[in-house]
Design a protein around this ligand. Structure first.
Ligand code: UDX
Length: 450
């Protein structure tokens, strides 16, 4: 570990799993570089301090409870956070700045906390931004208003296959899907995010050059701010869990008993949900594939009944013979396990990076936001996965699983995935792009006046 440098960083994650994980990973990396870390957090989805004994955790005391935390409408949730968190956040930040601990050198806030910009300015503290999606998705999301003006949005069924030349190779169906009846609200949130990035002291991205070089270089041309691509963050240091749900580790001993590269791991992240008939179709597809499967059925992830007893008998037999269901898995460890040969994913950005860094090919079923664009890059640009097109259907599910795990066609995908694993790991080594970018980030922060 580097020497302590008597500088303190205050980090402020958005209280959603896919945002908390990269922020805590970033905190760990900067702590390893000598900075002291204070995590300011909401009461909602507050992280577990015992998993990170070197950080100071302070609730901003917003009183936000789990009952208010519906993720079925993310925009509403962000608006609620905006309304309820700005004042207590400012109060807490000022307290931190006047405390006798090491001086606060910089605030690093999630890009979706639009209010952090004004608060930091009033409090007179430098502010950097962590955006938890990839560089490509960030550019597409930032271009949503333009895409609406040019008639691509709202998405029309008849135009789904049309190319979007502004963001090749995306097609209309790959554009971000963000459910809202209030496009003005979406515009305001995105505008706050973009302005907040533009006049920040730097943008931190969980990605790496070999994966997203073209998008990174366009970002750098478009906005004259420092961009630090330092991912994959979860591989940068010793991993400690930021999971909000208890990880069921029994799946690791189950995986130990499976043949190498034989298992399909199925997980749709922390927000996406399926309906009852999709749930049943997934079960049938897994049964038909004849392959071992590890399936994460997160509580609340089925709208309707998630009772396993209601699933078809042939699936229950397959489950007994060669399947395992858990409510939440230690995903990094699962993907790194030698038995896992494919990841059926919703294409959340963290899941993609975690899969790529272990060389696990993906079956893509994107659901919303950046996931559609991410999936297109997985299947058509990096070519480390296959798309499951046009809904969930048991025959197609079984075909996709067998294609990646068993058939010759999957071999090339597996080879490319293995090459990306190499790249994801070598960018973190001395001289690698993320290693250098991390050095640059640490020096950048150290250059801020106290
Ligand atoms: C969403 C977006 O889709 C994503 O692109 C954006 O950056 C953040 O919000 P989410 O649905 O949470 O994310 O997916 P993802 O980004 O993949 O994050 C899920 C995290 O939960 C991953 O780090 C994954 O390792 C973890 N996880 C998931 C577990 O630890 N166990 C599980 O069983 C499932």
């Amino acid at each position: 570990m580097n020497q302590r440098n008597n500088r303190r960083l205050v980090l402020f994650p958005l209280p959603l799993q896919g945002h908390i994980n990269p922020m805590l990973q970033l905190a760990q990396i900067l702590h390893d570089r000598g900075f002291s870390i204070t995590i300011l957090h909401t009461d909602l989805n507050s992280p577990d301090p015992s998993s990170h004994p070197h950080f100071a955790f302070r609730s901003i005391g917003d009183g936000l409870g789990q009952s208010e935390a519906s993720t079925s409408d993310i925009l509403r949730l962000i608006t609620l956070l905006d309304a309820r968190c700005a004042a207590p956040f400012e109060e807490r930040l000022r307290e931190e700045m006047s405390s006798r601990d090491a001086p606060v050198t910089c605030l690093i806030a999630d890009a979706l906390f639009g209010f952090a910009r004004d608060v930091a300015e009033r409090a007179g503290v430098r502010r950097m931004v962590l955006r938890t999606v990839g560089a490509t998705a960030l550019r597409v999301i930032a271009g949503l208003r333009l895409l609406r003006e040019r008639g691509y949005l709202p998405i029309e069924e008849s135009r789904l296959e049309d190319p979007v030349p502004e963001f090749p190779p995306l097609r209309v169906k790959d554009l971000p899907r963000i459910k809202t009846r209030e496009p003005e609200l979406l515009d305001r949130i995105l505008n706050d995010m973009i302005e907040g990035i533009k006049d920040s002291s730097g943008l931190i991205l969980n990605t790496f050059e070999d994966l997203e070089q073209p998008a990174l270089s366009l970002l750098r041309q478009e906005d004259p701010i420092a961009v630090f691509a330092i991912g994959p963050l979860h591989k940068c240091g010793p991993s400690s869990s930021g999971s909000l749900l208890a990880e069921d580790r029994s799946c690791i001993s189950w995986l130990d008993k499976q043949a190498p590269n034989s298992v399909v791991y199925v997980s749709f992240g922390s927000i996406a949900s399926v309906n009852e008939s999709e749930f049943s179709e997934i079960a049938l597809g897994l049964a038909d594939s004849q392959q071992p499967f590890l399936w994460v059925v997160r509580p609340g992830s089925v709208s309707g009944s998630e009772l396993l007893e209601n699933l078809p008998g042939c699936f229950l037999e397959a489950l007994q013979e060669r399947g395992k269901i858990v409510k939440w898995a230690p995903q990094h460890e699962v993907l790194a396990h030698r038995a896992v040969g494919a990841f059926w994913t919703h294409n959340g950005w963290n899941s993609i990076l975690e899969s790529i860094s272990e060389g696990v090919p993906m079956i893509c079923t994107p659901c919303f936001a950046d996931q559609n664009a991410n999936a297109r890059f997985v299947s058509d640009v990096w070519r480390v996965g296959v798309h499951l097109n046009n809904g969930l259907e048991r025959r197609k599910i079984a075909e996709a699983i067998r294609k990646l795990l068993v058939e010759k066609e999957g071999e090339e995908v597996r080879e490319r995935a293995a090459q990306f694993k190499e790249k994801a790991n070598s960018c973190l080594m001395q001289g690698g792009s993320s290693f250098q970018s991390l050095d640059a980030l640490a020096n950048h922060i150290l250059s801020f006046e106290l």
